[in-house]
Ligand binder design. Sequence first.
Ligand SMILES: *[C@@H]1O[C@H](CO)[C@@H](O)[C@H](O)[C@H]1NC(C)=O
Length: 175
Amino acid sequence: MWKAVSFAVIALLQLANSKMCWEECSGLNVLQNVDIHGCRRRSTYPGSLDFRCKGMRGPPCTVLRGDQVELDLTWLDNGHRNLTQAVHWQSGWMDLPWVGMETEICKYVNDGKSCPGFGDPLKGGLSTYKFPIDILSVYPAGSYNLKWQLIDRDAPSADGQGAPALCFKFAIRIM
Ligand SMILES: *[C@@H]1O[C@H](CO)[C@@H](O)[C@H](O)[C@H]1NC(C)=O
């Protein structure tokens, strides 16, 4: 009985964990989980809900223009001051800024407990970031590899531009 129950729970977790394919940018190793709630169709394989990721390779998050989906991250946060975000489309020949993304994002960190702050010691030092992504009608339909960074702009850095707090890549398909 309990074996059956725990097996079912594990099967569910595996499904939940494999919802979106992503990979962390090299250098940092802080991301615990990345997901997007509200993607339309995660699998391009008919009849198969589950799929495997190979880094960011796998079925993309599919959205329609006009949708709002929610990015949901947890990361190991040893302390941040003032966070902003930078999103780029890795077009293959250069990284282009992805337009329309808010830059004042402290209100989406740890349910609005804002900046400065740090990860919850009761949750292993993890912070959360829940950001509503508006899929603007100006985005041309297509598949995009996005590179998403949160940047601590008050962190000490050589160029005074701050330092990345986290960085990951994933694929989105806009229809
Ligand atoms: C973060 O920095 C920006 C730009 O310097 C500033 O406008 C904003 O008020 C700061 N936010 C916090 C929470 O300190």
